[in-house]
Structure formats: structure tokens, C-alpha cells
Design a protein around this ligand. Structure first.
Ligand SMILES: Cc1cc2nc3c(=O)[nH]c(=O)nc-3n(C[C@H](O)[C@H](O)[C@H](O)COP(=O)(O)O)c2cc1C
Length: 213
């Protein structure tokens, strides 16, 4: 095995080091966050640092970079308290990636990338029409991470929209069937291959694969 010490890693070229550290964590969910500003202008940006924080209450968090690097989504969430998270399918991956470009505040990324905004259930924030799995959140808390000037943005789920046939009998959402993609680092995208679901593990009991419906 190769061994790397942090002192060695710190000596590397900035871009090489960023790729190495960004992909070390492994595969991540990747989605498009939809918001509007105070004038109602839509904004769309790709995010992959998205994490489940609890099922009851239903909380999802995401990490926003320092304000100078990624200002618009965070600002819009602060002023409206609402945002949507939209899974990405391979059919619109290029447009999704394009939303990471540093567009000026007055540029609507839906228009710039050709993705379709859709307003549902009285949510102020736009959903992505092309996305098979999408949900809206109400802001709960923005936690500044002072160590590196990033923010943990915590929201509670308010509305969920899924294409037909994605929810299994026990409530499990089949994101593989939806063809939702996953990401590695900040420029690698992957499709999934199922291995199986397993029953609830108990000490001293051999765990079994669940039979799929
Ligand atoms: C695959 C990928 C994942 C990204 N994940 C994040 C993330 O989790 N947090 C973040 O702040 N920026 C992330 N970015 C960068 C933002 O998409 C980018 O800064 C964008 O311009 C932010 O737009 P905004 O200012 O409209 O919010 C990611 C970019 C890519 C390509």
C-alpha cells in the first residue's frame, strides 16, 4: 500500500492536492439546489456535500463554501428560507455541471443551462422539471464553521416529488431505478450498480440479504 503523511500532502501542487483530498472521502450524493432571490429571480447550483441529519424531524444538511466562493444559494436561502434539492440523471449531467460556473447574481442558471424551472406546491424556490427525485426544504439553521469559513445549512423537508414507481413496499426510494447519479471529487460523476439491501444487523446473528419485491 502507498502511505501519504499530511506533511507530504501539504507540499503538493494546490490542484493535485485538492483533487486528492476531495476524492478521498469517496462517492457522494450530488444534486441541484434551486432558490430565488428577494426579487424572485431563480438560481440553480450543483452541490455534493449533502448529508442526512435525522429522519424525525426530517433534516438534511449541506455544506456551503466560504461566501466569496459560492455566494448566491446561501444568500437566497437566508432571505427566503426555502430551497429545493433535485437529484441529477445522466440525461442532463452536462447542464447540471455547468451550474457550477461563477455566473453573476443577475444570471438565471436555468436560462443559461437550458434546464426547466417548475414551481410546485406554493414553494417559492424552483424545482428542476427534468429531475426524477426532488424535494423542498425550509431553512432551520445556518451553522458557521469558523475553522474554514464554510457553513452547514440545515433544512427540514416540506414537500417531496418522485416519478412513478420509485417507492418500494417498505418506503425505500429506489434512486438506482431513477438513474440518479453519484459524484467523486468535484468533477467525477458515476452511475450506480446495486449490490443488495441487508436486514437490520444484530450482534451474533448472521446478517441476511433482504429479498427484493
Ligand atoms: C460536482 C460539484 C459539487 C459541488 N459541491 C459543492 C458543495 O457541496 N458546496 C459548495 O459550496 N459548492 C459546491 N460546488 C461548487 C458550486 O456549484 C459553485 O460554487 C457554484 O457557483 C455556487 O453557485 P451559487 O453562488 O449560485 O450558490 C460544487 C461543484 C461541483 C462541480
Amino acid at each position: 500500500m502507498h502511505y501519504f503523511s499530511i506533511n507530504e500532502i501539504k507540499e503538493w501542487d494546490r490542484f493535485y492536492r485538492a483533487n486528492f483530498i476531495n476524492s478521498l472521502q469517496g462517492f457522494k450524493p450530488v444534486s441541484l439546489l434551486g432558490t430565488v432571490n428577494e426579487k424572485g429571480q431563480p438560481n440553480l447550483a450543483i452541490f455534493s456535500n449533502i448529508v442526512h441529519l435525522g429522519a424525525d424531524p426530517a433534516l438534511i444538511g449541506f455544506i456551503n463554501r466560504p461566501i466569496e466562493a459560492a455566494p448566491h444559494t446561501l444568500h437566497n436561502i437566508e432571505v427566503t428560507g426555502e430551497y429545493t434539492i433535485n437529484h441529477i440523471q445522466p440525461s442532463f449531467i452536462k447542464a447540471a455541471h455547468q451550474t457550477s460556473a461563477k455566473y453573476p447574481a443577475e444570471q438565471n442558471e436555468f436560462t443559461a443551462t437550458g434546464l426547466t424551472p417548475i414551481f410546485l406546491e406554493n414553494c417559492k424556490a424552483p424545482f428542476v422539471a427534468e429531475s426524477a427525485i426532488k424535494y423542498a426544504l425550509q431553512l432551520v439553521e445556518i451553522v458557521p464553521i469558523t475553522h474554514n469559513q464554510t457553513f452547514l445549512v440545515i433544512g427540514t423537508i416540506t414537500h417531496v416529488f418522485l416519478e412513478e414507481g420509485l417507492v418500494k413496499q417498505d418506503g425505500f426510494i429506489d434512486a438506482h431505478k431513477a438513474k440518479s447519479i453519484t459524484s467523486l471529487g468535484i468533477d467525477g460523476y458515476y452511475s450506480t450498480e446495486p449490490i443488495g439491501r441487508f436486514e437490520y444487523a444484530k450482534p451474533n446473528k448472521e446478517v441476511k440479504k433482504l429479498l427484493e419485491e
